[in-house]
Design a protein around this ligand. Structure first.
Ligand code: GAL
Length: 678
């Protein structure tokens, strides 16, 4: 078994970004349709029934083995592959491809019993026991060694199986660990980063509260403390955790890639999840995949989905991406779990395709009868094949088959806008000791994305250090922490003729979470025409700041504009009366508050228009989303009342086969996929 030291040397940093096989090896020109399939929960007779129904529903791909470790390795080192051999053959014989998962997210009970150091601990030192799932200590040499061994054997056994189309590593990597094993790995990570303790003490500002370290062994993960933990220690711990999990991913990826260099590899993201820096991770995957569970009762569920689609498409950077999991009906982890009303599953599935997905898959194929998720929906619900859920699934499968030849591998068009997103900024902005806990970073990003979505503007996401020159408009909802390179990148973007809009609390801290002189970086103040940022004025949850023409939420700032600012929209009344709420200098805009949704939409729509951005279609009724993918125009109606969408020219709706001239009528959750008539 390798030691922790040996494992530490498998650091990804030194190796170049991963360039692996493409998804087309898996999709072969189709939109994949299917879901997680857990046949170990069912007698083998049911498998035959499953396959019959899968064919009926047009299922082309199932993800197998996600939670099969105890079945595959019932005792340490044993291998039980017979059932999986039979299953792989059965699926292949029926033309269904397999995304084969490494089972490493849920170790068998024997592992924790025999090797307690494989169990993670929370910040209070409590063990996360087996009996649930995802109870693995990411930095444990023992865990990693067992994970590597089962991965190696799976790859050797199934690498040449004709059903295999893709590898799925682990599942939603999401464990934090504050154990001694993690502490040792954290110290190694810190030694790599800082080299000397002096450098760490400086970066963490340990002069504050007598925190200076004299030896490395004294440095710990940010465990439960009497009062607020050191924020830079917390920030580095989040960076470390993302990296440690990524090491686990890369180790398994490299094993399967050695056996099957032609088979793409993915690992499914939880969307908008703090634990993994998705920009870093996505670059190491062949195919980016995501799990998405909007609340059917959320009136902006469709906008949330659009955000996740845009984010995942951008993380794939022009490459393919998949919905690895969604729910055909209710989930079972909210307070109250609502089913999807008739039509909503179809709408959100086709929306994913519109916004670029090359696979629409579910958790899970057949609803479980036992275990913690027996009330979570499946494509085949407890009601069986006659149930509404399965009937809708069948319809979606049939429609995807219709669309596949026209859509698969084509690109979403109109990506002139980038919304900047960064995990380091997110992590740092969530710290204890901040001025307001009335909002979090995802909520602010979501507010800006919603404004763009409602303004019918298709947006991408980008990292603040990416090349931004191709975008006409760059939106920074908030980036509390920015590196020098990112700041220079933003300034260069504006100098190069780009339009930049930034929300409040941006450019406050450097990469060690040290507040920049003046409370906001000098280069940014210069860019936006801010002479002095006197004070931050956070707002209470129900408080509004009156601004000329709108009302601000969450935050306000006491700003003195520089002489060279071009335009100012002032606060009205209150302490900030007459001071600038919005500033514009040339093409750079700064908003020191978050306007209410309608005002934000109007503002961003105006700025987008000024930047030369055209919506995919004019005159859309409220609630209808229009997206162009390849040569097709998708119209997605998120409301329940019938509307007519004006569409100039002559088209054919690929879903109905009917001609469309001048306009198309969409009923409740209706969708049209239009191709220009010759
Ligand atoms: C995902 C997970 C699945 C299933 C699903 C339920 O987070 O990957 O295994 O638990 O949630 O919504």
């Amino acid at each position: 078994m390798p030691t922790d030291k040996e494992l530490a040397s498998t650091d990804e940093e030194s190796s170049p970004p991963h360039k692996g096989p493409s998804m087309s090896n898996a999709t072969r020109g189709r939109i994949l349709f299917g879901g997680d399939y857990n046949p170990e929960q069912w007698p083998e007779e049911t498998w035959h029934e499953d396959v019959r129904l899968m064919k009926e529903a047009g299922v082309s791909s199932v993800t197998v083995g996600v939670f099969s470790w105890a079945r595959l390795e019932p005792t340490p080192g044993a291998r039980e592959f017979g059932w999986l051999d039979r299953l792989m053959d059965l699926l292949h014989d029926n033309g269904i491809g397999v995304v084969l998962a490494t089972p490493t997210s849920s170790p068998p009970p024997w592992m924790g019993r025999l090797h307690p150091e494989t169990l993670p601990r929370d910040e209070d030192g409590r063990i996360e026991w087996w009996g649930g799932r995802q109870h693995f200590a990411h930095s444990s040499a023992v865990y990693r060694s067992y994970a590597a061994a089962i991965t190696e054997d799976l790859a050797a056994r199934y690498g040449s199986h004709p059903a295999l189309t893709m590898w799925h590593i682990n599942n939603e990597y999401c464990t934090y660990d504050w154990s001694d094993t993690a502490a040792a790995a954290f110290r190694r990570w810190l030694q790599d980063k800082y080299d000397t303790l002096d450098a760490l003490n400086t970066a963490w500002g340990t002069a504050f509260w007598s925190q200076g370290y004299d030896i490395w062994e004294g440095v710990l993960p940010p465990r439960h403390a009497h009062y607020m933990n050191n924020p830079t220690q917390v920030l580095d711990f989040k960076r470390f955790t993302s990296d440690a999990l990524m090491e686990c991913f890369v180790a398994e990826r490299d094993i399967v890639a050695r056996h099957t260099p032609h088979i793409p590899v993915t690992s499914n993201f939880m969307p908008f999840w703090q634990g993994q820096d998705a920009w870093e991770w996505a670059g190491r995957e062949d195919v980016v995949s995501v799990d998405i569970y909007p609340d059917p009762r959320d009136p902006f569920g469709g906008q949330y989905s659009a955000l996740i689609h845009d984010m995942t498409r951008s993380q794939a950077r022009g490459g393919p991406w998949m919905i690895m999991e969604q729910a055909a009906g209710p989930v079972n982890w909210r307070g109250v779990n609502h089913p999807k009303p008739h039509g909503l599953n179809r709408l959100w599935s086709l929306q994913a395709v519109a916004r670029g997905a090359d696979a629409v898959c579910y958790f899970q194929w057949r609803q479980s009868r036992q275990g913690a998720e027996k009330f979570h929906s499946g494509m085949v619900s407890h009601a069986g094949e006659r149930g509404r859920t399965f009937q809708e699934v069948k319809r979606i499968g049939a429609e995807l088959a219709l669309l596949s030849p026209k859509v698969a591998d084509s690109q979403v068009r109109g990506d002139d806008v980038a919304v900047l997103l960064d995990w380091n900024a997110w992590w740092a902005s969530q710290q204890a000791g901040r001025l307001s806990s009335e909002f979090d970073y995802p909520a602010v990003v979501r507010a800006w994305h919603r404004a763009l979505w409602e303004a019918n503007t298709t947006a991408s996401f980008a990292h603040p250090e990416h090349d931004l020159s191709a975008y006409k408009l760059v939106v920074v909802p908030q980036l509390y922490l920015l590196t020098d390179a990112a700041i220079d990148n933003l300034a260069a973007y504006v100098r190069g003729g780009g339009t930049l809009v930034s929300g409040f609390l941006t450019g406050v801290a450097d990469e060690d979470d040290r507040v920049r002189p003046g409370g906001m970086d000098e280069r940014l103040r210069e860019l936006f025409g801010i002479r002095t940022l006197h004070e931050w004025w956070p707002l209470d949850a129900d408080e509004r700041a009156d601004v000329e023409g709108f009302r601000g939420t969450l935050w306000s700032e006491e700003i003195e504009a520089a002489d060279d600012v071009d335009a100012v929209v002032p606060y009205k009344g209150g302490e900030l009366d007459g001071l600038p709420a919005v500033l514009r200098k040339g093409r750079a805009w700064y908003l020191s508050t978050l306007p209410e949704p309608d005002a934000l939409r109007t503002l961003i729509a105006g700025i987008a228009e000024g930047a030369g951005i055209r919506p995919p279609l004019d005159g859309l009724p409220a609630g209808v989303e229009a997206v162009r993918r390849g040569d097709l125009l998708f119209l997605l109606h998120h409301g329940r009342d019938t509307v007519t969408v004006p569409v100039p020219g002559r088209h054919r709706d690929l879903l109905t086969g009917e001609d469309v001239t001048g306009g198309v009528e969409l009923g409740r959750y209706g969708v049209a996929v239009l191709e220009a008539a010759p």
